[in-house]
Design a protein around this ligand. Structure first.
Ligand code: FES
Length: 119
């Protein structure tokens, strides 16, 4: 099994992300507000934008009242910088608008202070 330390836990605060490398691949390490780490290929599946230039945000959902939007999943959505496609960090990087599509992801575990990505 291939694995690699990609960063220290202290380098990413909850709600933040940073790019790193895993072998020759550019990866994006996201830390959701609950403190969990997630790793994805740092490239949008649409036209290849570097996702670390995007932002971690929430999703808007329309509630029963027309025009009444609610914000949810704060800090759990990754928005692409180029055309705004949104991906669910906690759900394998699936695209919100089309859950059949997702950003390739990697497994992550934390040992002591090390964030380790593996396949
Ligand atoms: S390149 Fe990401 S939405 Fe187009």
């Amino acid at each position: 099994m291939k694995e690699q330390v990609v960063c220290k836990t202290s380098e990413i605060q909850p709600g933040e992300m940073m790019k790193s490398t895993f072998g020759k691949q550019n990866v994006l390490i996201c830390r959701t507000p609950d403190g969990d780490f997630h790793a994805f290929m740092n490239q949008c599946i649409h036209q290849g934008a570097p996702l670390d230039k995007g932002m971690m945000c929430g999703a808007t959902t329309e509630s029963s009242e027309p025009g009444d939007y609610q914000y949810c999943h704060q800090g759990e959505i990754l928005r692409c910088p180029w055309h705004g496609r949104e991906f669910d960090i906690k759900n394998e990087g699936r695209m919100l608008a089309n859950p059949d599509k997702k950003i390739p992801s990697f497994k992550v575990r934390v040992e002591d202070e090390d964030v380790i990505v593996y396949k």
